[in-house]
Design a binder for this molecule. Structure first.
Ligand SMILES: C[S@@+](CC[C@H](N)C(=O)[O-])C[C@H]1O[C@@H](n2cnc3c(N)ncnc32)[C@H](O)[C@@H]1O
Length: 217
């Protein structure tokens, strides 16, 4: 299994400035991508006024911009990609959100130590970037005061085959980053074990899109 340090280094190389610039242009032209829009729809059912959010692997920041525009108090983006973080920071400044939007570079399971607990934590297409889903989800549940919303890939034979092709691509490029397809049932079991209940589920091929709430919230 790739070490987390190698994995983050590989993510930084793959999600580079060029990818970030392309994603950002798409966002400005077309708005959030389908899975992201579905996370927004699920969270829109909750009152987020005055609340804070951690967006793990936030990319160009679509979820954060929605959160702040809807009355969220503060966002923290923890991302392993310097290219994505730079693009997201630029957008925050352009929109006068520099005091509300915070950016942290690195692996979230490590950087969670540096950030406050959050009412909402999002992981949009991030669990599939992480070798150990139990570790990232347990750390996320420990940090989330109310909601965790995420998208992650459907599992099964076809998904594994596509994942293996992806892994081959990265191996041939000499990049230690790897994509992962984790078992859906076990992902859901982690939330249950941490006292979270699923309140929304949707799909947008190949993604499951789900929101969980802390039972005691
Ligand atoms: C597929 S991109 C998704 C970006 C964005 N959430 C979206 O949906 O457009 C995965 C993101 O997760 C970040 N990432 C991967 N592993 C991470 C980790 N261990 N800690 C923090 N960010 C991570 C990558 O740098 C990248 O920004």
């Amino acid at each position: 299994m790739t070490s987390i340090a190698e994995h983050c280094c590989g993510a930084d190389r793959f999600f580079d400035e060029k990818t970030a610039a392309k994603e950002y242009r798409n966002y400005l032209k077309k708005g959030p991508r389908k899975a992201t829009a579905k996370i927004i729809r699920q969270l829109s059912a909750q009152d987020i006024t005055g609340k804070n959010m951690v967006d793990v692997g936030g990319g160009i920041g679509a979820l954060q911009w929605w959160f702040l525009a809807q009355g969220g108090r503060q966002t923290t983006d923890i991302d392993a990609s310097s290219g994505y973080l730079a693009k997201a920071r630029d957008h925050a400044v352009k929109n006068g959100w520099q005091d509300k939007a915070r950016f942290v570079m690195g692996d979230c399971t490590d950087k969670y130590k540096e950030v406050d607990e959050a009412h909402v934590i999002t992981l949009d297409k991030v669990v599939c970037c992480y070798p150990d889903f139990k570790e990232i989800l347990t750390a996320t549940c420990n940090k989330a005061k109310e909601y965790v919303a995420l998208s992650y890939p459907m599992d099964g034979f076809i998904a594994q085959a596509i994942r293996n092709l992806g892994a081959l691509f990265f191996m041939l490029k000499g990049n230690p980053f790897r994509p992962y397809v984790h078992p859906v049932k076990e992902i859901r079991s982690v939330f249950a074990a941490k006292g979270f209940t699923r309140i929304a589920h949707d799909t947008s091929f190949p993604w499951h899109i789900e929101t969980y709430v802390r039972a005691s919230a």
